[in-house]
Design a protein. Structure first.
Ligand SMILES: [Zn+2]
Length: 367
């Protein structure tokens, strides 16, 4: 198998959703810079993400919506009909080109793994995008378009695993009832978008695992080993897409989950051997240190590299140069390491009950 490919773009450098938006922080550039500083990313492994043309987006999105998104970029005017220009989904200078580049990266990833392989597209993972409007900071649904491209290549079994703190409502809409796509989402209970309860199977296409606040590494490992891995092994996917949002990590401001980034590494390591094709994206993540650190560790895991305890000076200076208007000073660990210490804890009744229920359903005994 060829080396994993990292898909990036300069468009993530400098573009922003505006000064007051949670996505005003640098994310993909931090990951790219850290991976380069650690010697993990050379010219052969890096691919520039193309910007998807409107036609490539119509498989999921309506023509009217994509035209409106392009118009919003050209005029910088809001359009209420498509929720463009709201607090969550502001109109900014690259409001079409930036998400279309993330989607172009996903489509390239699907093409690159056609005969097998591993691709990382940290700018992707925009799992809330809906066919006819922007939703939850997502304008174009990259995971859906990427999975549709895999299907167009003739694949018939694709597993989508989503460990972002929020439920993948846009992806669920796209593949409801599908025999070809299995969606598994772990997300915080009682949090926006308030979809994806445990009872919701998307007509047989999904396993939803809502988890309580304080969700820790021990609970994540239980769900990974007892629910996710058996379900994937059973499905025998020809491709796995892992949406690796970083917002379930303790320091993230938009969730109340309490994972370490070791969970992201565990998910990558456990899922990779289960399919000949593996696409990993980013997703949510709103603390500049936790996102950059988690997604760099993901790239290390994809390359079977150990994350060093002591970082080279160049990597330290990248972490120390980050700033954030939302919080005061980051902890020492956030500016001097990449891999978190484990965050083990007790297994809550909520998680234990959910795991039992999903195991019973898996065994064919209802639930
Ligand atoms: Zn999220």
């Amino acid at each position: 198998m060829t080396n994993p490919v990292f898909i990036g773009s300069r468009i993530y450098r400098g573009s922003s959703y505006g000064p007051h938006h949670p996505l005003s922080i640098p994310r993909v550039p931090t990951v790219t810079d850290l991976c380069r500083a650690l010697g993990w990313l050379d010219a052969d492994t890096y691919r520039v993400s193309p910007c998807a043309k409107p036609n490539a987006l119509h498989g999921f999105h309506t023509r009217d919506y994509i035209a409106a998104l392009q118009t919003a970029e050209a005029t910088q005017a809001p359009n209420k009909d498509y929720d463009l220009g709201s607090v969550s989904n502001p109109v900014f200078a690259e409001v079409y080109r930036r998400p279309a580049t993330a989607a172009g990266g996903g489509l390239l990833a699907a093409d690159l793994v056609r005969k097998g392989g591993v691709v990382y597209n940290p700018g992707g993972g925009t799992h809330h995008g809906l066919p006819d409007r922007a939703n939850g900071f997502c304008y174009i649904n990259e995971p859906v378009l990427t999975i549709q491209r895999l299907l167009a290549h003739g694949l018939t079994r694709i597993a989508y695993v989503d460990i972002d703190a929020h439920h993948c409502d846009g992806v669920a809409v796209a593949f409801d009832g599908s025999n070809a796509v299995r969606m598994i989402s772990v997300h915080e209970d009682k949090r926006w978008p308030f979809t994806g309860p445990i009872e919701d199977t998307a007509n047989g296409a999904a396993i939803n695992i809502p988890v309580p606040k304080g969700f820790n590494d021990t609970e994540f490992d239980l769900i990974l080993n007892e629910v996710i891995l058996p379900a994937i092994a059973d499905f025998k996917p020809e491709a796995i897409y892992l949406q690796c949002g970083a917002d379930a990590v303790t320091e993230d401001p938009l969730s109340r989950l309490a994972l370490s980034n070791r969970c992201h590494v565990s998910a990558v390591r456990a899922l990779r051997p289960l399919s000949p094709r593996f696409i990993v994206s980013g997703g949510g993540g709103y603390n500049p240190w936790t996102v950059g650190r988690a997604w760099s560790c993901v790239w290390a895991a994809l390359n079977d590299r150990e994350v060093p305890e002591h970082l080279p000076a160049e990597a330290l200076s990248i972490l120390k140069s980050l700033s954030w208007t939302r919080r005061a000073q980051p902890t020492e660990a956030l500016t001097s390491t990449l891999l978190d210490a484990p965050r083990h804890g007790p297994i809550s009744d909520h998680v234990r009950t959910s795991v039992s229920r999903l195991k019973r359903r898996h065994a064919g005994n209802g639930g």
